[in-house]
Design a protein around this ligand. Structure first.
Ligand SMILES: [Zn+2]
Length: 429
């Protein structure tokens, strides 16, 4: 009896195997002249990447040409895993009308803008992004539409609006009081209980990660500084509520009081980190927390404050104060052996210019390979997706990009990506 059950079971397994072999899609093979399969390890030459059903099936030495396979010839190129930007805002771009747009653009307008920005981002070689601030409904819908193949863009993780204290960086600031009453963020919270509510509502709405504003911010129209804005018991309640629902918390933080109190409370990562000190570096290392330096955002707001006159006074003042600090901050963090994940805050800078951050990371003292690691292996771990993306290895998504010049000799060539494949689909060639 047992034997016949086992026989029937193994027959069923064999049938399933036959069926799945039949269902398997066509094979695509990339011939990669120079292959950075695992950033941080040696560059391989003349390798083949076998791709089926959106996944990498194998990586083999030499140029193989299996019968019936479609061959993509990148034998003159440098081939890498698709880049990951851990900090973007696809909803729009910083511009002189921004303050008005908050009360003129509908969610539908924002959705179309976000879809366009997503496409632009993908075409610049970023096959995955984490959007950390923007309308939750719009961005989760975009995330899901991209996942389902209904629109083109990077695979997305979404936080939705930041959890913020009332009047904090993530709240509505600088408008008439009745407008702020009407449009203030529902994720503004006061006291541990209320902050738990905010976290839980975000999880209910589909947030993959919780973003908070642990300090004031440069681009909020209020003179409330850039130091700690949540009380310690609020920080602890946020981290704990998120953890209980399987979410990590990342914090926007400039001032050192906000950086260190958030890390003490168990936070997973720091966005910006402008004024981090030696204690911050120790805390980041002790908690295996990532720093997402967003140097490009600092450079961009500094440039705008210097060269144009449309910023309201509180924003202009903070831009001139914070912007120029960020390159030095990244240098100190790197020298302190902090784990860095690539992030640009695109939306402050123009979408599609994300790769400018690589040049700034190299200016801050990273080698070109280390800079590439931040946007691949490091960012994939930071986003809890290192079993899916971040390297070109069997089993991972076929998110693959290429340039025609050696990026390790000149990192600026990453501004001009020649080939983009995501999920095994070629979007740019
Ligand atoms: Zn941001």
């Amino acid at each position: 009896m047992l034997r016949s059950i086992l026989l029937a079971a193994s027959a069923a397994v064999a049938l399933n195997a036959a069926a799945s072999a039949q269902d398997a899609g066509p094979l695509t093979v990339i011939h990669a002249g120079h292959l950075i399969a695992v950033p941080g390890e040696d560059v391989l030459t003349e390798h083949s990447i076998l791709i089926r059903d959106g996944r990498i099936e194998a990586v083999e030495a030499g140029y193989v040409t299996p019968e019936g396979a479609e061959i993509i010839d990148l034998s003159d190129d440098w081939v890498m895993p698709g880049f990951i930007d851990s900090h973007v805002h696809l909803r729009g771009e910083l511009n002189p009308n921004r303050i008005l747009e908050t009360v003129t653009l509908s969610d539908a307008d924002v959705a179309y803008d976000a879809a366009r920005n997503a496409r632009t981002t993908l075409m610049s070689g970023f096959t995955t992004v984490q959007d950390v601030g923007g309308n939750l409904e719009v961005l989760t819908a975009l995330r899901d539409a991209i996942r389902d193949g209904d629109t083109v863009g990077p695979r997305m993780r979404v936080s939705g609006p930041a959890v913020t204290p009332t009047g904090g960086h993530g709240d509505m600031n600088g408008y008439r009081e009745d407008i702020m009453d009407l449009m203030g963020s529902r994720y503004a919270c006061n006291g541990p209980d209320d902050c738990r509510r905010a976290v839980r509502e975000l999880v209910r709405g589909g947030a993959d990660v919780i973003k908070i504003t642990a300090t004031g911010g440069v681009l909020s129209n209020t003179a409330a500084g850039v130091e700690q804005q949540f009380f310690d018991d609020e920080l602890e309640s946020i981290v704990e509520a998120a953890r209980m629902m399987g979410r990590r918390v990342t914090a926007h933080a400039h001032g050192v009081s906000g950086i260190n109190s958030f890390l003490e409370a168990g936070g997973s990562s720091i966005e910006h980190g402008t004024y981090l000190d030696d204690q911050s570096i120790r805390l980041l290392r002790r908690h295996d927390a990532y720093l997402v330096p967003t140097i490009l955002a600092g450079v961009t707001v500094g440039e705008i404050a210097e060269n144009s006159d449309w910023m309201p006074a509180p924003i202009r003042e903070k831009s001139l104060q914070v912007g120029p600090q960020m390159l030095d901050m990244a240098r100190r963090a790197h020298e302190g052996d902090v784990m860095i994940a690539f992030g640009t805050d695109s939306g402050v800078s123009r979408h599609g210019q994300n790769a400018r951050e690589f040049q700034l990371l190299v200016e801050a003292g990273l080698t070109p390979m280390e800079a590439i690691e931040t946007a691949t292996v490091n960012a994939s771990a930071h986003l809890e997706m290192d079993d899916q993306i971040g390297t070109i290895e069997a089993g991972k998504f076929a998110d693959i990009i290429a340039v025609d010049t050696d990026p390790l000799a000149d990192i600026s060539v990453l501004m001009d990506i020649d080939f983009v494949m995501q999920n095994g689909v070629v979007h740019k060639d």
